[in-house]
Design a protein around this ligand. Structure first.
Ligand SMILES: Cc1cc2nc3c(=O)[nH]c(=O)nc-3n(C[C@H](O)[C@H](O)[C@H](O)COP(=O)(O)OP(=O)(O)OC[C@H]3O[C@@H](n4cnc5c(N)ncnc54)[C@H](O)[C@@H]3O)c2cc1C
Length: 577
């Protein structure tokens, strides 16, 4: 039966709609296609232009190619230690066990990794990993990963919708029924009907002013899922990567890959001291990201920072030939965009907002969220990394759980026959909401609101937090949410970036409220969450995840107990690492 909305909007019908075409979305789409399903893949940007392609350092998998002692058990333990034991143990287990297969699979599909002399995939050291574990391609691993997945994906027969932004999820009696969005270029609306939706929309980094994230990362997936009843967890855990450029201004926030430290880069303060020896003398610069970021913060705060408010990171002692071979992208990027020659001297670096550990609660085995038929994988999903992600574990996470989301969606369709029905009034309501900014005259300016949001989040919900700031942030966020409802834009819907931002603002503010509420609730310091007024770990919080869900239109913040780790896994921690 043709629904009324189908006569008024462009419509597409699929078994599985994947939202987001980074590594997680592509891997999920490949798997769902392999299961014989009709798949639509939507992305806000061009296919292949996602954070995954920007990943430099590598992908973590216990292949034991360089250090023969490595194995999934050690990778599992490192991940749990790195996440300060707030991880979902089952996700960490699946991830550690399945990552090597996903790398071998990529290789079969055409990925060309760097090699050891005997021809195996080369692995490099990274923060928090006991052994050399990161498979890599120089410092452009993400590019090779995306190239391979894209190649495989486009030959799997899926339909790709590029430069289309999903804004709303559509429901039928508590189960997912599809999604609504718009073409960025024409501004025309699109409706997708689908038996399942897989969200792979990445993180929320654009809510902060100093960030390695690009324009797409505005928490769209988090917000859309929350609005249809999905639960978010651990939103207080935002990763501030220790080494973003602090100078020159034009590259502020630009990520300096951890591979620079993996290949021997040294951090020093204004007194020339390698300050990591005072914090983690064993691992030094290869300590976990939360620890290095906080150490840099302290150096700057105590007056031992670099001229522009960071510290120095130097790899020049490794020599120009080595640097150009191992870190060619970094070398070129910094020379071209920042006029900094890393073969000759140090960079000035400091923490930059990088990754979102929190996100949608998913079942470990199937990647299903708490909403029937809605799946999530990659950075938008939570649980895998606990309170702090280890470098390299994101690329392996998205391969492992992207595949599982594809399988999960296929299983769901088999177990839930029938085609869900989209209601006309839901589609019309979504369209009306998107048009509102054109109908409000002399309202708020979206760019101004975004700037205020970013500055406020950086200052009050940033790398260190305290009650007064968090309370004040929540008041500010309430004000920003009200003003965002009065935002106005001019012109037409055709490639109107002010309008796009006006829409994204709502999602960023919602995610920021979740982060601030959870940060206020968690009265301890753990991983990516540091409270000046609650230093150190707390026993109660060691056993609880934070939860966020919508109830009667309000944001409800709560807790849930961590799932109990089975004895055979718990025993691993009794053995020496
Ligand atoms: C500079 C940089 C370097 C990194 N280096 C590493 C590394 O070496 N190793 C590692 O493990 N991790 C690294 N990371 C982290 C890692 O790259 C990301 O966490 C990971 O790629 C996320 O993958 P994803 O598939 O979940 O999302 P992404 O790759 O971020 O893709 C998200 C997709 O969702 C789409 N999207 C978003 N919103 C919408 C919407 N509303 N509608 C439609 N589409 C939407 C986007 O257009 C995009 O296609 C790095 C990150 C950055 C920024």
């Amino acid at each position: 039966m043709v629904q009324n909305y189908e006569t008024r909007y462009e419509c597409h019908h699929h078994d599985v709609l994947v939202v987001g075409a980074g590594g997680a979305g592509l891997r999920a789409a490949i798997e769902a296609s392999a299961q014989g399903l009709s798949v639509g893949l939507v992305c806000k940007s061009l296919l292949g232009k996602a954070h995954t392609v920007m990943a430099e350092g590598g992908v973590a998998a216990a292949m034991a190619n360089v250090d023969g002692e490595d194995g999934w058990q050690t990778h599992f333990k490192d991940t749990m230690h790195g996440g300060k034991f707030l991880n979902n143990w089952r996700m960490a287990q699946i991830h550690a066990q399945e990552s090597p297969d996903r790398i071998r699979e990529l290789e079969r599909w055409g990925a060309v990794f760097d090699r050891t002399e005997s021809g195996k995939i080369l692995q490099r050291p990274f923060g928090g990993h006991t052994y050399r574990r990161l498979c890599h391609v120089g410092d452009h691993t993400g590019l090779e990963l995306i190239r391979t997945l894209q190649d495989k994906g486009v030959h799997s027969g899926m339909d790709v919708y590029m430069e289309a932004t999903i804004t709303h999820l559509l429901m039928d009696n508590g189960r997912i029924a599809g999604a609504f969005g718009y073409w960025r270029e024409s501004g025309r609306f699109i409706v997708f009907s689908a038996k399942t939706v897989i969200l792979a929309t990445g993180g929320i980094g654009k809510a902060y002013s100093v960030t390695s994230n690009s324009w797409e990362y505005t928490a769209d997936g988090h917000a859309a899922a929350y609005r249809v009843g999905a639960e978010l967890i651990d939103m207080e855990f935002v990763q501030f990567h220790p080494t973003g450029m602090v100078w020159p201004n034009g590259v502020k926030g630009l990520l300096i890959t951890e591979a620079v430290r993996g290949e021997g880069g040294q951090l020093t303060n204004s007194e020339g001291e390698r300050f990591m020896k005072n914090v983690d003398p064993k691992r030094m610069e290869l300590s976990t990201r939360d620890i290095v970021a906080k150490a840099i913060y302290r150096e700057v705060k105590e007056g031992r920072g670099s001229p522009h408010g960071g510290v120095f990171l130097d790899i020049s002692h490794r020599g120009a030939e080595f640097i150009k071979k191992k870190l060619p992208g970094m070398y070129r990027q910094l020379l071209e965009f920042a006029d900094v020659d890393i073969t000759k001297g140090p960079m000035e670096v400091g923490p930059t907002t990088h990754y979102t550990m929190g996100g949608l609660r998913v079942e470990a085995d199937s990647a299903q969220t708490t909403v029937p038929g809605l799946f999530a994988c990659g950075e938008v999903a939570a649980g895998m990394h606990g309170a702090n992600r280890l470098g390299g574990n994101s690329l392996s996470d998205l391969l492992v759980f992207g595949r599982r989301a594809g399988i999960g969606a296929a299983d769901y369709i088999r177990q839930n026959p029938g085609v869900p029905v989209i209601r006309d009034e839901d589609v019309d309501a979504a369209a009306r909401e998107l048009i509102t900014p054109f109908e409000q005259e002399n309202g708020e300016n979206p760019y101004e609101l975004h700037r205020e949001l970013q500055t406020m989040m950086q200052a009050k919900v940033g790398i260190v937090r305290q009650e007064a700031d968090l309370q004040s942030a929540l008041t500010d966020l309430q004000g920003l949410a009200e003003r965002a409802r009065r935002v106005s834009v001019q012109g037409s819907r055709q490639f109107n970036t002010a309008w796009h931002l006006a829409i994204d603002l709502g999602s960023m503010i919602l995610a920021s409220q979740a982060v601030a509420h959870c940060a206020l609730q968690r009265q301890e310091s753990r991983g990516g969450h540091t409270r000046l007024d609650h230093e150190g770990y707390n026993d109660y919080w060691a056993r609880h995840n934070s939860t966020v869900r919508q109830e009667n239109g309000d944001m409800r913040i709560g807790v849930s107990e961590l799932p109990q780790m089975p004895e055979e896994l718990a025993k691993l921690f009794e053995e020496a690492v």
